[in-house]
Design a protein around this ligand. Structure first.
Ligand code: GDP
Ligand code: MG
Length: 358
């Protein structure tokens, strides 16, 4: 997958999801409306770079140094930056929005920090600014970035004051040390990595939207009991291996179809191939369990053990199908050819192949 088709494929994925939910889940629009926002972000021409860090680390000064002009207010007093603010930066061949944010540990309370995180959620790349060893607050923030899957670069500022470090990128906004190198590194990242990073992040978020939608749909009834009852009653009334297997085929397919309808998912499911392996083995077990010679005499203390054995096999099979089907359905509509999970898997696969070969 090369970069630009990757963004096209992601756009197609979002279009497909939106069209599907418009048609099938208009009543749950609150659950999937954020897909529109994701689609808009995907189509934005400008790449979005956001600074993040504790107060007075030199975030605003760093952006000014990168931009080449004193655009953002810089001050020794903590809290100089009160709101996120964005400027457009025309660097060679790329359009970039640079966003400054308030600090992570603002004295004014957590509101400003929340503002910073809301902007970070929409970033293509975060410049994570620090000056010496990472503080506990910074470690937490870094873990959160990792959990959210947001790409970031660790920048050590004020290198004119603090000793240089082995990790991260060292710069000084005051002396300009390391700034041209950082600019070059960012341009390289934008050219080579940004499309993939954006696609991956948006697919990840779309996948989460699908999961919450699937969970909301899952509250509706998809009970297997009625199908199970039909099958057990049919097997008892008309015993015979082939008949039992035929009945199992009809009732399990009807059950899976009903579950798909409840979740408004296409039938047959893309997962059908792996599910059908289990189902075929289960049919074989139903057939074998109807075979009298399998039990130690068909009558034991006056009880027909064949009937009990077969009933048990049928019941167990339904439990297994339910156990495999439901977590799958609750992922929402994301397993189709263009589904976010599938595309994410492909992306991880190509990345692994590239790493292995290079
Ligand atoms: N010596 C030195 N001071 C810096 C550097 N970058 C920022 N500062 C100073 O650190 C203070 C906080 O800077 P600011 O950019 O407002 O921090 P922010 O709160 O993280 O945005 C200001 O007094 C800046 O002059 C640097 O690279 N070297
Ligand atoms: Mg600032």
């Amino acid at each position: 997958m090369s970069s630009l088709p990757l963004l096209d494929v992601t756009a197609k994925c979002l279009e497909e999801l939106i069209a599907w939910h418009q048609a099938h889940h208009p009543q749950l629009s609150a659950q999937w409306q954020s897909l529109y926002e994701l689609r808009d972000r995907l189509q934005q021409r400008a790449w979005h770079i956001v600074v993040l860090g504790q107060v007075s680390r030199g975030k605003s000064a760093l952006l000014n140094a990168l931009y080449g002009e004193a655009i953002f207010p810089v001050g020794a007093i903590p809290g100089t930056t009160q709101w996120p603010r964005t400027v457009r930066w025309h660097c060679p061949d790329q359009i970039v929005d640079l966003t400054d944010t308030p600090g992570l540990d603002e004295v004014a309370g957590s509101q400003r920090e929340d503002m910073a995180w809301r902007v970070v959620e929409t970033a293509d790349l975060v410049l994570f600014v620090t000056q010496e060893n990472l503080t506990p607050v910074e470690c937490q923030a870094r873990d959160r970035l990792n959990t959210l899957g947001i790409p970031y670069k660790l920048i050590f500022t004020k290198t004119d004051l603090y000793p240089p470090r082995a990790e991260g990128i060292a710069v000084s906004s005051t002396t300009g040390q390391g700034i041209p190198e950082l600019r070059q590194l960012l341009q390289q990242w934008l050219q080579q990595e940004a499309p993939r990073a954006r696609a991956q992040r948006i697919l990840h978020q779309a996948s989460q939207v699908e999961q919450s939608l699937g969970a909301a749909l899952g509250t509706q009834d998809t009970s297997a009991w009625s199908w199970l009852a039909v099958q057990v009653a049919g097997s008892l009334l008309l015993p015979g291996g082939f008949f039992d297997v035929g009945l199992a085929m009809i009732s399990t397919l009807a059950y899976i179809r009903k579950a798909c309808q409840v979740y408004a998912l296409p039938f047959p499911l893309p997962a059908f191939a792996s599910l059908s392996q289990f189902v075929l083995l289960w049919y074989a077990a139903i057939y074998l369990s109807s075979w009298q010679g399998l039990t130690f005499g068909s009558e034991l203390w006056g009880v027909n053990t064949t009937v009990f054995l077969q009933g048990g096999v049928i019941f167990w099979g339904y439990q297994q199908i339910r156990r495999r089907l439901h977590p799958y359905l609750q992922q929402g509509y994301q397993w189709g050819y263009c589904g976010p999970q599938r595309l994410l898997q492909q992306l991880t696969q190509t990345r692994a192949n590239v790493t292995a070969s290079g």
